[in-house]
Design a protein around this ligand. Structure first.
Ligand code: F55
Length: 834
């Protein structure tokens, strides 16, 4: 490498910058340098916030060196790369994760201690990067961790929202209130603003076709800029550092000079604030499509900027466009980035003058699409007039894509007009709609679901026509996974240490299958005691938080059941809270003698409801109001506690997950695509109480059905039960006498005004789409098995150990390896050690 200027000065300077992993003094120096220079603070008045920031900046310096080496190496080596397009990145906190991955946790802990700080306190000063709603956004975060760890050349692309998912407050009446999440107020030490990396983005305007070509000129409308912010993502125990590039929208100019000069100041700043508004806030819906123009602007800005960036990088290689798929693969996390298929076509045809058919051939070798839901209300479809107004050229290209596609369908299935109507990218009606999932399938070389059952259901139901047209090989499954670095090493350090000590090495953290070697330890009484001791310590830590933050006293000898996920009818938090209510009624009815026989329960709930989702919010209200009555009833004593933890987040999950005894995964069969909290909780030893749905099925298979509590109707039977519920409904008391008793108690104002819950209860009386009444009986039976097993703590611990150590397949390393092998065709490319 040629160094400019005096190479000796360079070498000495670079050497002075080097920090040895174990050099506490060098780490302290680097922290203090940030205190005194970057933050301009003095040692004497340094609070935890500033100490955290200086520590984070020091760690970022370490990451950036590795990031630089990785990008320099990959630029030279030019391997095929994967680009993971996700509109959500639910990263959580970075400091603990980074020092663990760098193998510098002890050094930083000691260094900050010597500077007068408690490292744990500093960790708690960090705000979560909560740029996601739930499973989909957290999946992207686990995946980029695994891409870095597996040394795969890959980048993430997303949006830098000024405000992440809203902060959830609970009012005195138990209602969810939303407040903004100002996560950037204290600045973000983990990002680097690349003001030199920005791209223009156009909206609206007009299209002029160029005669005798497929080309057109799109002009007019409004323009803004997408500016890059890079977040380095370290791999575990490797130099490779991935990049997460997030775009922020900015005006092209600070203000409009014409209006300004004419004295119209408001108008002069209007267009610039419109531009800034595009990436202002994350849309807070999960599994629910909203159809707002601003959201389509977000999607287009993100996709267009990312593609311009990728193509600029590719053009430096000086190859033909036909070779693009040998160097670039784009994985679409759901349909949100589908417009990038059309954007690539537009750039190739209109700007690069590639013939239409050649452009289509290239494009359809670049994209692959992951589906995350079969729920019809979640499928993205844009009203055609809105779409045409905002992206007129893209709509033209979609028409062309659709025309060619439907011609091919007609050739394969002559005369089958109904099939053509079903498969069209455009849905007929008033208005018409653009069906993004259809566009995503047509433009991709591979489509995958996120668990076996889900992938099967996709192929046999909503995408069936497409399987018949494109062939089975275009459809596959990649079961989700979670990173064991965050979801075991970081959140449960004592269990991680026990595993490392017993196995004699840390290799399991990158080869999770190895923990299966510990399965025989379930029969070792001493190991069981150690394992249980760790669980109890984690429960104690949670109990302390609940006491200090929520003023709720819980008994750590009770069984901690955890249902921690977004609120949604299909996830059936209802089943759980109705079960709690029944337990409460039974305790109330019991004699003091009988009460002694109850198993003590602590029912823990956490999760946010979409602000516009009335029924989901009502479920929160019911849970909170039940908790108030139950927790303060002297008849109940320690037999039952109900806890709703407000403002669920990644960092809250890191405290809950290691403390859970039971993992509550009770969606209506066929509705939860995969689930990932089932994996986090299982890996930390929680027993699965679940329906035969999503990844529960694969988890139960691996841990052994005798170690889990499965219940409920099967996916194959749901339609028939639904049909019976709505066309020939039997009274609720016949479907479930226990549930009828629960509803009666609610309606009798046992938990406050009963009538407010009518919108929640009535649909269950009337047609019970989610089979709450039909599954309640078998849910209660499963709970009885839980209670029975809890009475035998040795048996319980055996099953808990077997659960944890059977989770080897649910690491995101395995998922990412599956993607790399069967979809992306990319190889590890580790940065050489020097
Ligand atoms: C967010 C916005 C829209 Cl418009 C649609 C969906 C979402 C969203 O958050 N979806 C989501 O989280 N889906 C979940 O994805 C997980 C990861 O694959 C699955 O485990 C889970 O089953 C699924 O519901």
């Amino acid at each position: 490498e040629v160094l400019p200027g005096d190479p000796e000065v360079w070498k000495t300077a670079l050497k002075a910058e080097h920090v040895d992993k174990e050099d506490t003094q060098a780490v302290a120096n680097s922290v203090v340098r940030h205190v005194t220079t970057t933050l301009a603070r003095q040692a004497a008045n340094l609070d935890d916030i500033a100490a955290y920031q200086a520590t984070a900046l020091s760690v970022k310096d370490q990451l950036l060196k590795r990031w630089n080496e990785t990008t320099t190496y990959h630029t030279k080596h030019a391997p095929k790369r994967v680009y993971y397009f996700s509109i959500e990145w639910l990263m959580g906190r970075s400091l603990d994760n980074a020092v663990l991955n760098l193998d510098m946790r002890n050094t930083y802990e000691t260094a900050t201690q010597k500077l007068g700080f408690n490292f744990e306190d500093l960790l708690n000063e960090e705000r979560d990067a909560a740029l996601g709603n739930g499973g989909l956004g957290r999946l992207a975060a686990c995946y980029i961790d695994s891409m870095a760890t597996l040394n795969l050349p890959g980048w993430g692309y997303g949006l830098r929202y000024s405000y992440g998912i809203f902060k959830q407050l609970i009012s005195n009446t138990g209602e969810q209130l939303e407040a903004p999440d100002p996560w950037l107020d204290r600045e973000n030490p983990w990002e680097i603003a690349r003001i030199d990396v920005s791209y223009p983005i156009r909206f609206y305007g007009r299209v002029e076709s160029i005669p005798n070509t497929s080309r057109a000129i799109w002009s007019g409308g409004t323009e803004c800029l997408a500016v890059a912010y890079d977040v380095p993502v370290p791999g575990f125990a490797t130099k490779n550092t991935a990049n997460l590039r997030l775009w922020a929208s900015r005006p092209i100019q600070g203000f409009d000079l014409n209006s300004f000069n004419a004295g119209n100041y408001e108008a002069s700043v209007q267009s610039s604030s419109d531009a800034e508004n595009i990436t202002r806030v994350l849309y807070p819906n999960d599994n629910m499509y909203a159809g707002k123009e601003l959201r389509l602007k977000q999607q287009y800005l993100w996709c267009s900027a990312s593609l311009q960036d990728i193509l600029r990088r590719y053009q430096k290689l000086d190859l033909s466009w036909e070779q693009l798929p040998d160097y670039v693969v784009i994985q679409m996390n759901d349909t949100h980035p589908t417009i990038s298929i059309v954007e690539l076509m537009r750039i190739l045809i209109d700007e690069e003058e590639v013939p239409y058919d050649v452009a289509w051939k290239i494009t359809t070798k670049v994209f692959a699409y992951t589906n995350h839901t079969v729920l019809p209300e979640a499928l993205e479809k844009w009203p055609l007039p809105l779409f045409e107004n905002l992206l007129p050229r893209h709509l033209q290209l979609i028409y062309q894509i659709n025309l060619n596609f439907l011609n091919d369908v007609a050739k394969r299935f002559p005369g089958d007009m109904d099939r053509i109507r079903r498969m069209s990218i455009i849905e007929e009606g008033t208005p018409k709609f653009v069906r993004m999932a259809h566009l995503a399938i047509v433009g991709s070389f591979k489509v995958n679901g996120v668990a076996e059952l889900h992938s099967q259901l996709l192929q046999s139901t909503i995408f069936r026509d497409f399987v018949e047209f494109k062939g089975r090989d275009s459809f596959t499954n990649v079961t989700n996974g979670i990173t064991p670095r965050r979801w075991l090493l970081q959140c449960n350090p004592r269990l991680a240490q026990l595993i490392t000590d017993t196995l004699g090495s840390e290799h399991w953290l990158v080869h999770l299958k190895q923990i299966a070697q510990l399965l025989p330890m379930a029969d070792n009484a001493q190991f069981r005691a150690a394992f249980r001791e760790i669980k109890n310590e984690n429960k104690t830590r949670l109990a302390e938080v609940l006491a200090s933050e929520l003023n709720i006293q819980v008994d750590i000898d009770s069984v901690f059941t955890c249902q921690i996920k977004r609120l949604h009818e299909y996830k059936r938090q209802t089943l759980n809270i109705f079960g709690v209510i029944l337990r409460y009624l039974q305790i109330k009815k019991a004699t003091p003698e009988e009460r002694k026989k109850f198993v003590k329960h602590t029912a823990i709930f956490a999760g946010k409801a979409a602000p516009g989702y009335y029924i989901a919010k009502l479920v929160i209200r019911l849970i909170v109001n039940v908790s108030k009555i139950v927790n303060n009833d002297p008849d109940v004593g320690h037999l039952l506690r109900v806890v709703f933890i407000p403002d669920y987040s990644v960092s809250v999950a890191e405290v809950l997950v290691p403390a859970a005894d039971v993992s509550v995964q009770i969606s209506t069969a066929g509705t939860e695509a995969s689930g990932t909290s089932n994996m986090k909780l299982g890996l930390n030893g929680a027993l699965l109480l679940g329906t035969v749905d999503g990844a529960n099925i694969e988890i139960a298979e691996d841990v052994g059905e005798e170690n889990a509590f499965l219940f409920g109707h099967l996916a194959a039977d749901v339609d028939a039960v639904r049909y019976a519920n709505s066309y020939n409904p039997t009274p609720l008391a016949e479907r479930s006498p226990e549930l009828a008793e629960v509803f009666k108690a609610i309606e009798a104002n046992t938990f406050g005004d009963g009538h407010i819950y009518e919108p929640l209860l009535k649909p269950i009386y009337d047609n019970d789409y989610y089979l709450v009444s039909n599954d309640f009986g078998s849910y209660l039976a499963a709970e009885r098995l839980v209670d029975e097993l809890w009475r035998d703590q040795e048996e319980w611990t055996k099953k808990s150990i077997r659960t944890a150590f059977s989770m080897g397949d649910f690491t995101s390393d395995r998922s990412i390896q599956d993607y790399a092998d069967s979809i992306w065709s990319i190889e590890p490319d580790p940065v050489p050690e020097n």
